[in-house]
Design a protein around this ligand. Structure first.
Ligand code: OOB
Length: 545
């Protein structure tokens, strides 16, 4: 297996360097520079604790030493599945410092996902919390470790049981700066998973830091910034748009909340004087309701970002009314690269109706029809993109790469958008069979594979159905072999296979047969329409009673 790489054609790489986008810096180097400049400034605040830049840098250096002593050589992959705790930052910067590659597994992922990421990345170590959110990650590690022959160590931030303790790993001598290299891959991010399993996205220090620097400017960050990591900290949005890296780049402070729920997050905003945070639309809906009657003082909030899935104009308007002191900012990004923002001084109609415009003048954006021909501004088409922080290939995925990239290197985002004359994008939906469950991406194909594995399931199709809360949720249309199969049993069975909860179908509808297209393919479009009609009729019937 080859070492993860990300290669742009030389003429592009030269241009991106000449224009000052790629500056030859490393992510851990940014932390070291901040620790040298403002060692006592709080880098991370949480519950009742805080670490200064000096503390965070020292911890990262020691962990870099600890990981290296485990026998991990430069470029080795390490699964990191930590929640929003300060140890996440120490681990991730420690790995960068040692030239090791974190793979950002989300806390919601379970056996099937962790095994998949572990195997495809050939991970050599796995970092977990002990207990978190009522789940024991050591139990998960016991299940997956035997399936991953490359794995040498499981490291626990918490009670380690038979595994290794993170505290002990970080207790020995440190490893100084200088092991990571700017043009090298810094980490593997997870794709939203438009076809089957998530793919691994190799991002370099150079390309990622460009997006972080520009995001920090676009979002108005400086040393007085307090960024609250509300969404899972391993996700690309929380990491770099502008995320915790933007806050650290600007010399500000990262605040952590263990739960995004208003009863935990609102007091954290008041306690730490949070100035900016990012939400997905379903969470924004919950916050908007809760903010109307909270006793917590939210007046420090200057920027409220919403991204990851489509924000309706209605909710955008309400958020502006309920958080009058904060500027609403829409963020339309993808772990593969391209990120669009509405700007802080944009007029109201752009902020409410668009998902922003790209970060860079060198972000090339094409909106094309099914035949690949550009469509005029204002017309819907497929969004393709190429640029100084958008990947040219996934890791170790030749088939996916052939499908996801054009021969001249444009990434096919799978999103259907319109573009205005000024380059603002509006997202209309997905062209592919990925369901955006309030920002959590569910691959229809992946869930179908599990359903079809059930002995009493003849065939299954998973589609998005509209949901007032999540935007979209998953509905499985299932042709069963035997009427004894019931919805609850089927859901429980999928869960037991070890799939993350958010991928368990929200609804299951049993049907006799699937509608077909003219050539006899199962028509997802017709199934979608059928289910939509059915749910609409059910809702109307409920209202009538
Ligand atoms: C972010 O990244 P991913 O990789 O989890 O998902 C990317 C996909 C996009 O292709 C699009 O389908 C959808 O999520 N999406 C949006 C959106 N932001 C993302 N759809 C409509 N409106 C938006 N504002 O989700 C992500 C990465 C960086 C920053 C923000 C979000």
């Amino acid at each position: 297996m080859t070492q993860p790489q990300q290669i742009w054609p030389p003429e592009f790489a030269e241009r991106y360097r000449a224009r000052g986008y790629w500056r030859g810096e490393t992510i851990d180097g940014i932390l070291a520079a901040r620790a040298a400049a403002t060692p006592d400034h709080p880098a991370v605040v949480f519950d009742d604790g805080q670490w200064s830049y000096r503390d965070l840098d020292t911890r990262a250096t020691r962990l870099a030493g600890g990981f290296t002593r485990l026998g991990l050589a430069r470029g080795a992959r390490v699964l990191v599945q930590l929640p929003n705790v300060p140890e996440f930052l120490a681990v991730v910067f420690g790995l960068f410092r040692a030239g090791l590659l974190p793979v950002f597994v989300l806390p919601a992922h379970r056996r099937i996902e962790v095994e998949h990421f572990g195997r495809t990345s050939e991970a050599e170590a796995y970092v977990i919390p002990g207990d978190h959110g009522g789940f024991d990650y050591r139990t998960l590690a016991r299940e997956v470790a035997p399936q991953l022959p490359s794995l040498r160590a499981v490291i626990v931030a918490g009670d380690p049981a038979e595994f290794q303790s993170l505290d002990e790993l970080g207790a020995g001598a440190g490893l100084p700066d200088g092991h990571s290299r700017p043009a090298d891959v810094a980490f593997l991010q997870l794709s939203g998973g438009s076809t089957g399993f998530s793919k691994l996205i190799p991002r370099t220090h150079d390309d990622y830091l460009y997006s972080v620097r520009e995001s920090a400017v676009i979002c108005g960050l400086d040393a007085s910034t307090v960024f609250l990591a509300t969404l899972p900290i391993g996700h690309n949005f929380t990491m770099s748009s502008p995320g915790y890296l933007g806050a650290i780049y600007a010399g500000g402070t990262v605040a952590l909340t263990r739960s995004p729920s208003p009863d935990v997050a609102f007091p954290a905003i008041a306690q730490h004087g949070v100035t900016i945070t990012g939400l997905v639309p379903p969470l924004a809906l919950v916050w908007e309701q809760a903010a109307r009657q909270t006793p917590a003082d939210l007046s420090s909030l200057q920027v409220l970002q919403v991204g990851g899935a489509k924000l309706t104009a209605e909710l955008a308007r309400r958020l502006r009314a309920t958080f009058p002191r904060a500027v609403l900012q829409q963020v339309f990004g993808m772990a593969e690269g391209l990120v669009n923002y509405t700007r802080l001084d944009d007029p109201e109609d752009l902020v409410i109706h668009t998902q922003g415009r790209p970060i860079s003048p060198d972000d090339e954006v094409l909106v094309v029809d099914d035949a690949g021909q550009p469509v005029p501004d204002g017309k819907a088409g497929h969004l393709l993109t190429r640029g100084p922080y958008t990947i040219r290939a996934y890791y170790n995925a030749p088939d996916a790469n052939a499908a996801a990239f054009t021969p001249d290197g444009f990434y096919r985002t799978g999103d259907i958008v319109t573009r205005t004359a000024r380059g603002y994008l509006e997202v209309l939906g997905r062209a592919t069979d990925m369901i955006n469950r309030g920002g959590e991406k569910v691959s229809a194909e992946e869930v179908e594979d599990h359903l079809i594995a059930h002995p009493l399931v003849h065939d299954a199709v998973v589609v998005a159905v509209p949901d007032p809360f999540l935007g979209e949720k998953t509905c499985a249309a299932v042709v069963r072999r035997d009427e004894t199969l019931k919805m609850t049993a089927l859901k429980a069975w999928v869960r037991e296979r070890g799939l993350a909860s958010y991928k368990i179908p929200d609804q299951v509808v049993f049907v006799e047969a699937f509608p077909e297209t003219a050539v006899g393919k199962t028509s997802r479009r017709d199934i979608r329409a059928m289910l939509r009609d059915r749910f609409a009729a059910e809702a109307a019937a409920r209202q009538a009673t």
